[in-house]
Design a protein around this ligand. Structure first.
Ligand code: FEO
Ligand code: CA
Ligand code: CA
Ligand code: CA
Length: 616
Protein backbone atom coordinates (compact mmCIF):
# COMPACT_ATOMS: atom_id res chain seq x y z
CA UNK A 1 0.00 0.00 0.00
CA UNK A 2 1.24 3.47 -0.74
CA UNK A 3 1.68 6.24 1.77
CA UNK A 4 -1.59 7.61 0.47
CA UNK A 5 -3.48 4.44 1.34
CA UNK A 6 -5.99 5.96 3.80
CA UNK A 7 -7.03 8.41 1.13
CA UNK A 8 -6.49 6.09 -1.79
CA UNK A 9 -8.95 7.02 -4.53
CA UNK A 10 -7.98 4.37 -7.04
CA UNK A 11 -10.50 1.75 -8.03
CA UNK A 12 -10.07 -1.66 -9.55
CA UNK A 13 -9.46 -1.44 -13.26
CA UNK A 14 -8.73 2.27 -13.32
CA UNK A 15 -5.69 3.29 -15.38
CA UNK A 16 -2.79 4.46 -13.24
CA UNK A 17 -2.51 7.68 -15.23
CA UNK A 18 -6.08 8.62 -14.31
CA UNK A 19 -5.30 8.09 -10.64
CA UNK A 20 -2.18 10.18 -10.97
CA UNK A 21 -3.88 13.07 -12.68
CA UNK A 22 -6.65 13.11 -10.13
CA UNK A 23 -4.07 12.93 -7.35
CA UNK A 24 -2.30 15.92 -8.84
CA UNK A 25 -5.61 17.74 -8.85
CA UNK A 26 -6.30 16.71 -5.26
CA UNK A 27 -2.82 17.71 -4.17
CA UNK A 28 -3.41 21.14 -5.70
CA UNK A 29 -6.56 21.41 -3.61
CA UNK A 30 -4.77 20.23 -0.48
CA UNK A 31 -6.90 17.11 -0.29
CA UNK A 32 -4.19 14.57 0.30
CA UNK A 33 -2.91 16.30 3.40
CA UNK A 34 -4.60 15.51 6.70
CA UNK A 35 -7.91 17.29 6.41
CA UNK A 36 -6.18 20.66 6.44
CA UNK A 37 -7.97 23.96 6.21
CA UNK A 38 -6.67 26.03 3.32
CA UNK A 39 -4.61 29.00 4.48
CA UNK A 40 -6.67 32.14 4.35
CA UNK A 41 -9.86 30.66 5.75
CA UNK A 42 -10.64 32.50 8.96
CA UNK A 43 -9.98 30.67 12.21
CA UNK A 44 -12.99 29.61 14.21
CA UNK A 45 -14.35 32.19 16.62
CA UNK A 46 -14.71 29.49 19.26
CA UNK A 47 -12.99 26.23 20.12
CA UNK A 48 -16.36 24.50 20.45
CA UNK A 49 -16.34 23.47 16.79
CA UNK A 50 -13.44 21.19 17.80
CA UNK A 51 -15.39 19.58 20.65
CA UNK A 52 -15.47 15.82 20.02
CA UNK A 53 -18.85 14.14 19.71
CA UNK A 54 -19.46 12.05 22.80
CA UNK A 55 -21.54 9.17 21.43
CA UNK A 56 -20.40 5.77 20.18
CA UNK A 57 -20.73 4.98 16.47
CA UNK A 58 -23.71 2.92 15.43
CA UNK A 59 -22.79 -0.20 13.43
CA UNK A 60 -22.79 0.50 9.70
CA UNK A 61 -25.47 -1.98 8.67
CA UNK A 62 -28.82 -2.11 6.93
CA UNK A 63 -31.82 -2.26 9.29
CA UNK A 64 -35.60 -2.26 8.91
CA UNK A 65 -36.41 0.02 11.84
CA UNK A 66 -34.69 3.12 13.10
CA UNK A 67 -31.90 3.20 15.70
CA UNK A 68 -30.13 5.99 17.52
CA UNK A 69 -26.81 6.03 19.35
CA UNK A 70 -26.77 4.63 22.88
CA UNK A 71 -27.92 7.13 25.50
CA UNK A 72 -30.48 8.77 23.23
CA UNK A 73 -34.20 8.37 22.53
CA UNK A 74 -35.80 8.62 19.08
CA UNK A 75 -39.60 8.91 18.96
CA UNK A 76 -41.99 9.45 16.09
CA UNK A 77 -43.64 12.88 16.41
CA UNK A 78 -45.92 13.05 13.36
CA UNK A 79 -46.58 10.84 10.34
CA UNK A 80 -48.12 11.28 6.92
CA UNK A 81 -51.89 11.50 7.40
CA UNK A 82 -51.84 12.73 11.02
CA UNK A 83 -53.97 15.83 11.73
CA UNK A 84 -52.39 19.25 11.12
CA UNK A 85 -55.22 21.76 10.77
CA UNK A 86 -57.87 22.16 13.44
CA UNK A 87 -60.69 19.69 12.84
CA UNK A 88 -58.64 17.38 10.62
CA UNK A 89 -59.71 13.73 10.69
CA UNK A 90 -57.22 11.06 11.80
CA UNK A 91 -55.43 8.88 9.24
CA UNK A 92 -57.90 6.41 7.80
CA UNK A 93 -55.71 4.55 5.34
CA UNK A 94 -54.91 5.01 1.71
CA UNK A 95 -57.19 6.44 -0.96
CA UNK A 96 -58.44 9.20 1.36
CA UNK A 97 -60.45 12.09 0.00
CA UNK A 98 -58.68 15.35 -0.87
CA UNK A 99 -60.62 17.26 1.77
CA UNK A 100 -59.10 15.09 4.51
CA UNK A 101 -55.55 15.10 3.11
CA UNK A 102 -55.73 18.90 2.75
CA UNK A 103 -55.84 19.16 6.56
CA UNK A 104 -53.44 16.31 7.33
CA UNK A 105 -49.65 15.95 7.30
CA UNK A 106 -48.38 15.42 3.76
CA UNK A 107 -45.96 12.88 2.31
CA UNK A 108 -42.18 12.79 1.81
CA UNK A 109 -41.22 15.16 4.63
CA UNK A 110 -37.96 16.95 3.89
CA UNK A 111 -36.83 20.32 5.36
CA UNK A 112 -37.73 21.06 8.99
CA UNK A 113 -37.53 24.58 10.41
CA UNK A 114 -38.03 25.15 14.15
CA UNK A 115 -39.51 28.50 15.19
CA UNK A 116 -39.70 29.21 18.94
CA UNK A 117 -42.88 30.41 20.56
CA UNK A 118 -41.61 30.71 24.11
CA UNK A 119 -38.74 32.90 25.25
CA UNK A 120 -35.65 32.07 27.32
CA UNK A 121 -35.53 28.38 28.22
CA UNK A 122 -39.07 27.94 26.94
CA UNK A 123 -37.87 28.83 23.42
CA UNK A 124 -36.48 25.30 23.19
CA UNK A 125 -39.54 23.51 24.55
CA UNK A 126 -42.38 25.19 22.65
CA UNK A 127 -42.40 26.18 19.00
CA UNK A 128 -43.59 25.66 15.47
CA UNK A 129 -42.22 23.26 12.90
CA UNK A 130 -42.41 24.11 9.24
CA UNK A 131 -42.07 20.85 7.32
CA UNK A 132 -41.76 20.43 3.54
CA UNK A 133 -43.57 17.67 1.63
CA UNK A 134 -41.39 17.19 -1.42
CA UNK A 135 -43.23 14.58 -3.50
CA UNK A 136 -45.68 11.70 -3.38
CA UNK A 137 -45.05 8.07 -4.21
CA UNK A 138 -47.95 6.76 -6.23
CA UNK A 139 -47.34 3.10 -5.38
CA UNK A 140 -47.80 3.87 -1.70
CA UNK A 141 -50.55 6.46 -1.97
CA UNK A 142 -52.65 4.40 -4.40
CA UNK A 143 -51.69 0.75 -3.85
CA UNK A 144 -52.23 -1.36 -6.92
CA UNK A 145 -52.30 1.58 -9.33
CA UNK A 146 -49.51 1.25 -11.87
CA UNK A 147 -50.56 3.84 -14.44
CA UNK A 148 -50.72 7.40 -13.21
CA UNK A 149 -52.82 8.39 -16.20
CA UNK A 150 -55.57 6.07 -15.00
CA UNK A 151 -56.10 8.06 -11.79
CA UNK A 152 -59.40 9.88 -11.45
CA UNK A 153 -59.78 13.61 -10.88
CA UNK A 154 -60.70 12.93 -7.24
CA UNK A 155 -57.61 10.76 -6.74
CA UNK A 156 -55.34 13.39 -8.28
CA UNK A 157 -56.82 16.07 -6.06
CA UNK A 158 -55.97 13.94 -3.00
CA UNK A 159 -52.47 13.37 -4.39
CA UNK A 160 -52.00 17.14 -4.84
CA UNK A 161 -53.01 17.83 -1.25
CA UNK A 162 -50.20 15.57 0.01
CA UNK A 163 -47.64 18.07 -1.42
CA UNK A 164 -46.54 21.47 -0.10
CA UNK A 165 -45.84 22.19 3.58
CA UNK A 166 -47.24 21.64 7.05
CA UNK A 167 -46.96 24.09 9.93
CA UNK A 168 -47.45 22.37 13.29
CA UNK A 169 -47.21 23.52 16.90
CA UNK A 170 -45.01 21.33 19.10
CA UNK A 171 -44.48 21.38 22.85
CA UNK A 172 -42.27 19.52 25.32
CA UNK A 173 -44.00 18.58 28.56
CA UNK A 174 -42.37 16.35 31.20
CA UNK A 175 -39.58 15.66 28.75
CA UNK A 176 -41.90 14.42 25.97
CA UNK A 177 -42.49 16.29 22.73
CA UNK A 178 -45.95 16.16 21.22
CA UNK A 179 -47.93 17.93 18.50
CA UNK A 180 -50.47 20.39 19.92
CA UNK A 181 -53.91 19.28 18.70
CA UNK A 182 -56.22 21.75 17.00
CA UNK A 183 -53.56 24.47 17.22
CA UNK A 184 -54.41 27.86 15.81
CA UNK A 185 -51.05 27.71 13.97
CA UNK A 186 -51.82 24.37 12.30
CA UNK A 187 -51.71 24.96 8.58
CA UNK A 188 -51.34 23.11 5.32
CA UNK A 189 -49.92 24.89 2.30
CA UNK A 190 -50.57 22.99 -0.92
CA UNK A 191 -50.28 23.32 -4.72
CA UNK A 192 -53.57 25.25 -4.55
CA UNK A 193 -52.70 27.81 -1.84
CA UNK A 194 -52.75 31.38 -3.20
CA UNK A 195 -49.15 32.72 -3.38
CA UNK A 196 -47.65 35.93 -4.78
CA UNK A 197 -44.57 36.61 -6.86
CA UNK A 198 -42.32 39.45 -5.74
CA UNK A 199 -39.06 40.83 -7.13
CA UNK A 200 -37.93 41.06 -10.77
CA UNK A 201 -40.27 38.35 -12.14
CA UNK A 202 -43.45 39.77 -10.53
CA UNK A 203 -45.59 41.23 -13.32
CA UNK A 204 -43.01 40.21 -15.94
CA UNK A 205 -44.63 39.54 -19.34
CA UNK A 206 -43.29 35.95 -19.21
CA UNK A 207 -44.99 35.34 -15.85
CA UNK A 208 -48.48 36.19 -17.15
CA UNK A 209 -50.93 33.39 -17.82
CA UNK A 210 -54.51 33.07 -18.99
CA UNK A 211 -55.69 32.68 -15.41
CA UNK A 212 -53.43 35.45 -14.08
CA UNK A 213 -52.97 38.32 -16.54
CA UNK A 214 -51.16 40.30 -13.81
CA UNK A 215 -48.26 37.82 -13.62
CA UNK A 216 -48.26 38.22 -9.86
CA UNK A 217 -50.64 35.63 -8.38
CA UNK A 218 -49.73 31.95 -8.42
CA UNK A 219 -51.64 29.02 -7.06
CA UNK A 220 -49.45 26.87 -4.89
CA UNK A 221 -45.93 25.67 -4.36
CA UNK A 222 -44.50 22.25 -5.34
CA UNK A 223 -41.34 20.15 -5.02
CA UNK A 224 -40.57 21.71 -1.63
CA UNK A 225 -37.23 20.15 -0.82
CA UNK A 226 -34.90 21.74 1.72
CA UNK A 227 -34.96 25.41 2.71
CA UNK A 228 -33.77 27.84 5.31
CA UNK A 229 -34.87 30.34 7.93
CA UNK A 230 -34.57 34.12 8.09
CA UNK A 231 -33.50 36.08 11.18
CA UNK A 232 -36.90 37.78 11.08
CA UNK A 233 -38.77 34.54 11.75
CA UNK A 234 -39.89 33.28 8.36
CA UNK A 235 -39.15 30.09 6.47
CA UNK A 236 -37.70 29.85 2.98
CA UNK A 237 -38.98 26.73 1.24
CA UNK A 238 -37.16 25.56 -1.89
CA UNK A 239 -39.05 24.58 -5.04
CA UNK A 240 -36.63 21.99 -6.37
CA UNK A 241 -37.73 19.55 -9.08
CA UNK A 242 -40.62 21.69 -10.33
CA UNK A 243 -40.01 20.42 -13.86
CA UNK A 244 -41.42 17.02 -12.81
CA UNK A 245 -44.84 18.55 -12.23
CA UNK A 246 -45.40 19.63 -15.83
CA UNK A 247 -46.36 17.49 -18.77
CA UNK A 248 -46.58 18.59 -22.39
CA UNK A 249 -44.50 21.07 -24.37
CA UNK A 250 -45.38 23.89 -26.75
CA UNK A 251 -44.13 23.67 -30.36
CA UNK A 252 -40.42 24.34 -30.91
CA UNK A 253 -41.09 27.80 -32.35
CA UNK A 254 -42.81 28.95 -29.14
CA UNK A 255 -40.74 31.70 -27.42
CA UNK A 256 -40.66 29.69 -24.16
CA UNK A 257 -39.58 26.42 -25.77
CA UNK A 258 -35.82 26.76 -25.16
CA UNK A 259 -36.30 28.00 -21.62
CA UNK A 260 -38.66 25.14 -20.78
CA UNK A 261 -36.23 22.68 -22.30
CA UNK A 262 -33.35 24.12 -20.24
CA UNK A 263 -35.49 23.79 -17.13
CA UNK A 264 -35.81 20.10 -17.91
CA UNK A 265 -39.43 20.04 -19.00
CA UNK A 266 -39.46 17.41 -21.68
CA UNK A 267 -43.04 17.00 -22.77
CA UNK A 268 -42.86 13.46 -21.45
CA UNK A 269 -43.53 14.38 -17.82
CA UNK A 270 -45.39 11.65 -15.97
CA UNK A 271 -47.35 13.87 -13.61
CA UNK A 272 -51.00 13.59 -14.70
CA UNK A 273 -52.30 16.71 -12.93
CA UNK A 274 -52.49 18.43 -16.34
CA UNK A 275 -55.19 16.01 -17.49
CA UNK A 276 -57.73 17.77 -15.28
CA UNK A 277 -56.02 21.10 -14.59
CA UNK A 278 -54.48 22.45 -17.77
CA UNK A 279 -51.96 24.79 -16.10
CA UNK A 280 -49.78 21.74 -15.31
CA UNK A 281 -49.49 21.05 -19.04
CA UNK A 282 -46.74 23.26 -20.50
CA UNK A 283 -48.12 22.54 -23.96
CA UNK A 284 -51.40 24.19 -23.01
CA UNK A 285 -50.10 26.91 -20.66
CA UNK A 286 -46.38 27.41 -21.53
CA UNK A 287 -45.83 30.27 -19.06
CA UNK A 288 -47.20 28.57 -15.94
CA UNK A 289 -43.82 26.85 -15.32
CA UNK A 290 -42.19 30.34 -15.21
CA UNK A 291 -44.03 30.76 -11.90
CA UNK A 292 -42.34 27.78 -10.19
CA UNK A 293 -38.73 27.09 -9.22
CA UNK A 294 -38.32 29.76 -6.56
CA UNK A 295 -37.45 30.26 -2.91
CA UNK A 296 -40.79 30.84 -1.24
CA UNK A 297 -40.98 32.88 1.97
CA UNK A 298 -43.70 31.98 4.50
CA UNK A 299 -44.46 33.40 7.94
CA UNK A 300 -45.24 30.31 10.03
CA UNK A 301 -46.59 32.40 12.90
CA UNK A 302 -49.38 33.87 10.75
CA UNK A 303 -51.73 31.16 9.42
CA UNK A 304 -53.22 33.64 6.97
CA UNK A 305 -49.90 34.92 5.55
CA UNK A 306 -49.63 34.44 1.79
CA UNK A 307 -46.51 32.60 0.68
CA UNK A 308 -44.24 34.95 -1.29
CA UNK A 309 -42.07 33.68 -4.14
CA UNK A 310 -38.86 35.72 -3.82
CA UNK A 311 -37.82 35.78 -7.47
CA UNK A 312 -34.59 37.75 -6.98
CA UNK A 313 -33.15 34.60 -5.41
CA UNK A 314 -33.35 33.14 -8.91
CA UNK A 315 -35.47 30.51 -10.58
CA UNK A 316 -33.80 27.12 -10.70
CA UNK A 317 -33.99 23.76 -8.94
CA UNK A 318 -33.62 25.32 -5.52
CA UNK A 319 -32.34 23.02 -2.85
CA UNK A 320 -31.74 25.17 0.20
CA UNK A 321 -30.95 28.65 1.48
CA UNK A 322 -28.72 29.94 4.24
CA UNK A 323 -29.25 33.53 5.35
CA UNK A 324 -26.45 35.61 6.87
CA UNK A 325 -26.66 39.20 8.07
CA UNK A 326 -23.39 40.72 6.90
CA UNK A 327 -21.43 43.04 9.18
CA UNK A 328 -22.76 46.05 7.24
CA UNK A 329 -26.33 44.78 7.75
CA UNK A 330 -26.93 43.59 4.20
CA UNK A 331 -28.73 40.28 3.83
CA UNK A 332 -26.66 37.57 2.16
CA UNK A 333 -28.27 34.32 1.04
CA UNK A 334 -26.28 31.28 -0.06
CA UNK A 335 -28.18 29.02 -2.44
CA UNK A 336 -27.63 25.70 -4.16
CA UNK A 337 -29.09 24.33 -7.38
CA UNK A 338 -29.53 20.57 -7.23
CA UNK A 339 -29.13 19.30 -10.72
CA UNK A 340 -26.25 17.56 -12.40
CA UNK A 341 -23.78 20.37 -13.04
CA UNK A 342 -25.96 22.87 -11.19
CA UNK A 343 -24.45 25.91 -9.49
CA UNK A 344 -23.91 27.58 -6.13
CA UNK A 345 -25.26 31.13 -5.89
CA UNK A 346 -25.07 34.09 -3.51
CA UNK A 347 -27.61 36.91 -3.19
CA UNK A 348 -26.57 40.22 -1.59
CA UNK A 349 -29.32 42.70 -0.72
CA UNK A 350 -29.03 46.33 -1.75
CA UNK A 351 -30.17 47.63 1.63
CA UNK A 352 -29.32 46.66 5.22
CA UNK A 353 -31.52 44.77 7.65
CA UNK A 354 -32.51 46.27 10.98
CA UNK A 355 -34.05 44.33 13.85
CA UNK A 356 -36.73 47.05 14.10
CA UNK A 357 -38.10 46.12 10.65
CA UNK A 358 -41.47 44.45 10.24
CA UNK A 359 -41.44 41.02 8.58
CA UNK A 360 -42.81 42.60 5.42
CA UNK A 361 -40.04 45.22 5.35
CA UNK A 362 -37.33 42.66 6.08
CA UNK A 363 -38.65 40.21 3.47
CA UNK A 364 -38.69 42.97 0.86
CA UNK A 365 -34.89 43.21 1.23
CA UNK A 366 -34.81 39.95 -0.75
CA UNK A 367 -36.42 41.75 -3.71
CA UNK A 368 -33.59 44.18 -4.41
CA UNK A 369 -29.91 43.32 -4.70
CA UNK A 370 -27.51 41.26 -6.78
CA UNK A 371 -27.41 37.53 -7.48
CA UNK A 372 -23.98 35.97 -8.09
CA UNK A 373 -22.83 32.54 -9.27
CA UNK A 374 -19.77 30.78 -7.82
CA UNK A 375 -16.69 30.10 -9.91
CA UNK A 376 -14.16 27.84 -8.20
CA UNK A 377 -10.47 27.61 -9.09
CA UNK A 378 -7.82 25.66 -7.21
CA UNK A 379 -6.87 28.90 -5.45
CA UNK A 380 -10.14 30.72 -4.80
CA UNK A 381 -13.87 31.09 -5.17
CA UNK A 382 -14.94 34.08 -7.22
CA UNK A 383 -18.50 35.42 -7.25
CA UNK A 384 -19.69 36.52 -10.72
CA UNK A 385 -22.69 38.88 -10.79
CA UNK A 386 -25.68 37.92 -12.96
CA UNK A 387 -26.68 41.21 -14.58
CA UNK A 388 -28.77 41.61 -17.75
CA UNK A 389 -27.62 43.28 -20.95
CA UNK A 390 -23.90 43.04 -20.13
CA UNK A 391 -21.08 40.88 -21.48
CA UNK A 392 -22.10 37.23 -21.72
CA UNK A 393 -25.64 38.18 -20.63
CA UNK A 394 -26.19 40.81 -23.35
CA UNK A 395 -29.06 38.75 -24.78
CA UNK A 396 -30.92 38.77 -21.46
CA UNK A 397 -33.13 41.83 -21.87
CA UNK A 398 -34.29 42.32 -18.29
CA UNK A 399 -33.35 41.30 -14.77
CA UNK A 400 -36.52 39.20 -14.80
CA UNK A 401 -35.18 37.26 -17.78
CA UNK A 402 -31.91 36.56 -15.94
CA UNK A 403 -33.84 35.28 -12.93
CA UNK A 404 -36.22 33.12 -15.01
CA UNK A 405 -33.31 31.51 -16.85
CA UNK A 406 -30.76 31.59 -14.06
CA UNK A 407 -29.23 28.24 -14.99
CA UNK A 408 -28.54 29.45 -18.55
CA UNK A 409 -27.16 32.74 -17.22
CA UNK A 410 -24.85 30.88 -14.83
CA UNK A 411 -23.51 28.77 -17.71
CA UNK A 412 -23.06 31.86 -19.89
CA UNK A 413 -20.89 33.73 -17.36
CA UNK A 414 -18.69 30.73 -16.62
CA UNK A 415 -19.93 29.59 -13.21
CA UNK A 416 -18.50 26.24 -12.05
CA UNK A 417 -20.84 23.30 -12.71
CA UNK A 418 -20.99 21.40 -9.43
CA UNK A 419 -21.70 17.79 -8.42
CA UNK A 420 -25.34 18.46 -7.45
CA UNK A 421 -25.36 21.06 -4.67
CA UNK A 422 -27.74 19.94 -1.92
CA UNK A 423 -27.98 21.67 1.46
CA UNK A 424 -25.89 24.72 2.24
CA UNK A 425 -25.46 26.18 5.74
CA UNK A 426 -23.58 29.07 7.30
CA UNK A 427 -21.80 28.07 10.50
CA UNK A 428 -21.68 31.08 12.85
CA UNK A 429 -19.09 29.35 15.06
CA UNK A 430 -16.48 28.95 12.30
CA UNK A 431 -17.61 31.83 10.08
CA UNK A 432 -17.65 29.47 7.11
CA UNK A 433 -20.34 28.18 4.78
CA UNK A 434 -20.67 24.42 4.27
CA UNK A 435 -22.12 22.86 1.12
CA UNK A 436 -23.04 19.23 0.47
CA UNK A 437 -22.35 18.05 -3.08
CA UNK A 438 -24.33 14.86 -3.16
CA UNK A 439 -22.89 12.98 -6.16
CA UNK A 440 -22.51 13.14 -9.95
CA UNK A 441 -22.14 9.88 -11.81
CA UNK A 442 -22.00 11.77 -15.09
CA UNK A 443 -18.81 13.71 -14.37
CA UNK A 444 -16.16 12.34 -16.68
CA UNK A 445 -12.66 11.52 -15.37
CA UNK A 446 -11.20 14.16 -17.68
CA UNK A 447 -13.71 16.81 -16.56
CA UNK A 448 -12.83 16.99 -12.87
CA UNK A 449 -11.78 20.26 -11.28
CA UNK A 450 -10.44 21.32 -7.91
CA UNK A 451 -13.87 21.72 -6.32
CA UNK A 452 -15.31 18.59 -7.98
CA UNK A 453 -12.28 16.33 -7.90
CA UNK A 454 -13.79 12.93 -8.75
CA UNK A 455 -15.25 11.71 -12.00
CA UNK A 456 -17.55 9.88 -11.76
CA UNK A 457 -18.44 11.12 -8.29
CA UNK A 458 -20.43 8.22 -6.85
CA UNK A 459 -20.58 9.30 -3.20
CA UNK A 460 -20.35 13.09 -3.02
CA UNK A 461 -18.26 15.46 -0.93
CA UNK A 462 -18.50 18.41 1.43
CA UNK A 463 -17.02 21.84 0.72
CA UNK A 464 -16.48 24.85 2.94
CA UNK A 465 -15.86 28.43 1.90
CA UNK A 466 -15.61 31.82 3.51
CA UNK A 467 -14.66 35.42 2.81
CA UNK A 468 -11.05 35.97 3.86
CA UNK A 469 -11.91 39.17 5.69
CA UNK A 470 -15.22 37.94 7.09
CA UNK A 471 -17.24 40.26 4.82
CA UNK A 472 -19.90 38.22 2.98
CA UNK A 473 -20.05 40.74 0.14
CA UNK A 474 -16.40 40.16 -0.87
CA UNK A 475 -15.86 39.09 -4.45
CA UNK A 476 -13.22 36.45 -3.68
CA UNK A 477 -13.41 33.74 -1.04
CA UNK A 478 -11.14 30.94 0.09
CA UNK A 479 -12.45 27.41 0.03
CA UNK A 480 -11.52 23.87 1.03
CA UNK A 481 -12.79 20.31 0.92
CA UNK A 482 -14.02 19.00 4.28
CA UNK A 483 -14.39 15.39 3.19
CA UNK A 484 -14.71 13.12 0.19
CA UNK A 485 -17.50 10.65 0.99
CA UNK A 486 -17.82 6.97 0.17
CA UNK A 487 -16.64 3.58 1.42
CA UNK A 488 -13.36 3.49 3.30
CA UNK A 489 -10.55 3.32 0.76
CA UNK A 490 -12.42 5.46 -1.77
CA UNK A 491 -12.95 8.44 0.48
CA UNK A 492 -11.21 10.90 2.72
CA UNK A 493 -12.43 11.58 6.24
CA UNK A 494 -10.69 12.92 9.30
CA UNK A 495 -8.25 10.79 11.25
CA UNK A 496 -9.91 8.06 13.31
CA UNK A 497 -13.14 7.75 11.31
CA UNK A 498 -14.53 4.23 11.70
CA UNK A 499 -17.67 4.67 9.61
CA UNK A 500 -18.56 5.86 6.09
CA UNK A 501 -21.30 7.94 4.53
CA UNK A 502 -22.53 8.25 0.98
CA UNK A 503 -24.35 11.09 -0.78
CA UNK A 504 -24.55 13.96 1.73
CA UNK A 505 -27.89 15.74 1.38
CA UNK A 506 -29.48 17.78 4.19
CA UNK A 507 -27.19 19.50 6.66
CA UNK A 508 -27.46 21.16 10.07
CA UNK A 509 -25.00 22.99 12.28
CA UNK A 510 -25.39 22.44 16.03
CA UNK A 511 -24.92 25.28 18.55
CA UNK A 512 -21.27 24.26 19.00
CA UNK A 513 -20.61 24.53 15.27
CA UNK A 514 -20.39 20.82 14.47
CA UNK A 515 -21.91 19.42 11.26
CA UNK A 516 -24.79 16.93 11.11
CA UNK A 517 -25.12 15.37 7.68
CA UNK A 518 -28.22 13.47 6.49
CA UNK A 519 -27.73 11.12 3.57
CA UNK A 520 -29.57 10.06 0.42
CA UNK A 521 -27.48 7.19 -0.91
CA UNK A 522 -28.82 6.33 -4.37
CA UNK A 523 -27.81 2.69 -3.87
CA UNK A 524 -30.04 2.37 -0.84
CA UNK A 525 -32.75 0.62 -2.79
CA UNK A 526 -30.31 -1.99 -4.07
CA UNK A 527 -29.83 -5.28 -2.28
CA UNK A 528 -26.06 -4.89 -2.26
CA UNK A 529 -26.01 -1.40 -0.79
CA UNK A 530 -23.08 -1.21 1.61
CA UNK A 531 -23.79 2.11 3.33
CA UNK A 532 -27.15 2.78 5.02
CA UNK A 533 -28.79 6.19 5.04
CA UNK A 534 -29.02 8.16 8.24
CA UNK A 535 -27.46 10.97 10.23
CA UNK A 536 -23.70 11.37 10.53
CA UNK A 537 -21.85 14.05 12.47
CA UNK A 538 -18.37 15.53 12.63
CA UNK A 539 -16.32 18.28 14.15
CA UNK A 540 -14.87 20.83 11.75
CA UNK A 541 -11.90 22.09 13.78
CA UNK A 542 -8.97 20.68 15.72
CA UNK A 543 -7.31 17.28 15.56
CA UNK A 544 -10.63 15.50 15.01
CA UNK A 545 -11.70 17.74 12.09
CA UNK A 546 -13.86 15.71 9.68
CA UNK A 547 -13.79 12.63 11.92
CA UNK A 548 -17.23 11.26 11.05
CA UNK A 549 -19.49 9.31 13.43
CA UNK A 550 -22.75 7.50 12.70
CA UNK A 551 -25.55 8.71 14.99
CA UNK A 552 -28.92 7.63 13.61
CA UNK A 553 -29.85 4.77 11.26
CA UNK A 554 -33.18 4.53 9.40
CA UNK A 555 -35.23 1.80 7.73
CA UNK A 556 -33.83 0.49 4.49
CA UNK A 557 -35.37 2.31 1.55
CA UNK A 558 -35.78 5.64 3.32
CA UNK A 559 -33.60 8.71 3.07
CA UNK A 560 -33.01 11.12 5.90
CA UNK A 561 -33.95 14.80 5.83
CA UNK A 562 -34.43 17.56 8.38
CA UNK A 563 -32.20 17.77 10.61
CA UNK A 564 -33.04 20.71 12.87
CA UNK A 565 -31.98 21.61 16.42
CA UNK A 566 -33.83 23.60 19.03
CA UNK A 567 -31.82 26.70 20.03
CA UNK A 568 -30.44 24.94 23.13
CA UNK A 569 -29.17 21.98 21.07
CA UNK A 570 -30.96 19.51 23.35
CA UNK A 571 -33.58 18.42 20.82
CA UNK A 572 -32.99 17.29 17.26
CA UNK A 573 -35.82 16.87 14.76
CA UNK A 574 -35.25 14.67 11.72
CA UNK A 575 -37.47 13.67 8.80
CA UNK A 576 -37.51 10.05 7.66
CA UNK A 577 -38.52 10.44 4.03
CA UNK A 578 -40.38 7.81 2.07
CA UNK A 579 -39.69 4.56 3.94
CA UNK A 580 -41.59 2.59 1.31
CA UNK A 581 -39.00 1.44 -1.14
CA UNK A 582 -37.52 -1.60 0.49
CA UNK A 583 -37.74 -4.34 -2.15
CA UNK A 584 -37.80 -7.06 0.52
CA UNK A 585 -40.97 -5.66 2.05
CA UNK A 586 -39.49 -5.77 5.53
CA UNK A 587 -39.75 -2.04 6.07
CA UNK A 588 -42.95 -1.42 4.20
CA UNK A 589 -45.11 -0.48 7.16
CA UNK A 590 -42.69 1.72 9.09
CA UNK A 591 -43.21 3.34 11.56
CA UNK A 592 -46.54 1.72 12.53
CA UNK A 593 -45.25 -1.78 11.82
CA UNK A 594 -48.77 -3.14 11.86
CA UNK A 595 -50.39 -5.29 9.22
CA UNK A 596 -52.32 -3.26 6.70
CA UNK A 597 -50.58 0.04 7.43
CA UNK A 598 -48.64 1.72 4.63
CA UNK A 599 -45.13 3.11 5.14
CA UNK A 600 -45.43 6.68 6.34
CA UNK A 601 -42.88 9.46 6.10
CA UNK A 602 -42.44 10.75 9.65
CA UNK A 603 -40.78 13.43 11.71
CA UNK A 604 -38.76 11.89 14.53
CA UNK A 605 -37.64 13.75 17.64
CA UNK A 606 -34.30 12.82 19.23
CA UNK A 607 -33.31 13.73 22.78
CA UNK A 608 -30.66 12.57 25.23
CA UNK A 609 -31.73 10.39 28.09
CA UNK A 610 -29.95 12.76 30.51
CA UNK A 611 -31.39 15.77 28.62
CA UNK A 612 -27.91 17.00 27.76
CA UNK A 613 -26.95 18.64 24.47
CA UNK A 614 -27.09 16.34 21.46
CA UNK A 615 -23.54 15.18 20.76
CA UNK A 616 -22.31 16.43 24.15
FE1 FEO B 1 -34.81 17.09 -3.05
FE2 FEO B 1 -31.91 17.78 -3.98
O1 FEO B 1 -33.02 16.97 -2.89
CA1 CA C 1 -32.20 17.25 -0.72
CA1 CA D 1 -29.75 22.94 6.60
CA1 CA E 1 -33.02 13.90 -1.06
Amino acid sequence: MSADAPHNLSRAGEPFSAVMSRRDMLRAAGLLSAAAILPGLPAAASASAAMPLDFDDLPLKVIYDHAVASGYDANVLIRWGDPVEAGAPPFVGQGRPAAAQAKQFGTANDFIGYFPIGTGNDASSHGLLSVNHEFNTMEVFFPGVTDRNSLTKEQLEADQMAHGLSIIEVKRTNGQWRVVSNSRYGRRITPQTPCVLSGPVAGHPRAKTIADPTGRNVLGTVANCAGGKTPWGTVLTAEENFQNFFRGMPPEEHPEFKSLEAAGITGKGKNPWGIYEFRWDAGLDPQEPVRFGYMVEIDPYDPKAKPIKRTHLGRFRHEAASVVINKDGRVVVYLGEDRISGFIYRFVSAKPYAASMSKAEAGALLDEGTLFVAKFTAEALEWIPLLPGQGALKDFATLGDVMIDCYLAAIAVGGTPMDRPEDIDFNPVTGRVYANLTMNRERKPDAVDAANPRGPNEDGHVLEFAPSGGDHTEQTYRWSVVMLCGPQGQSRYGEGTKTALSCPDNLAVDPKGRLWIATDNWRYREETNPIPNGLFACTVEGPERAKVKFFYNIPKGAELCGPEFTPDGRTLFVAVQDPGFDPTGNGLNWPDRRQGMPPRSSVVVITRKDNGPIGG
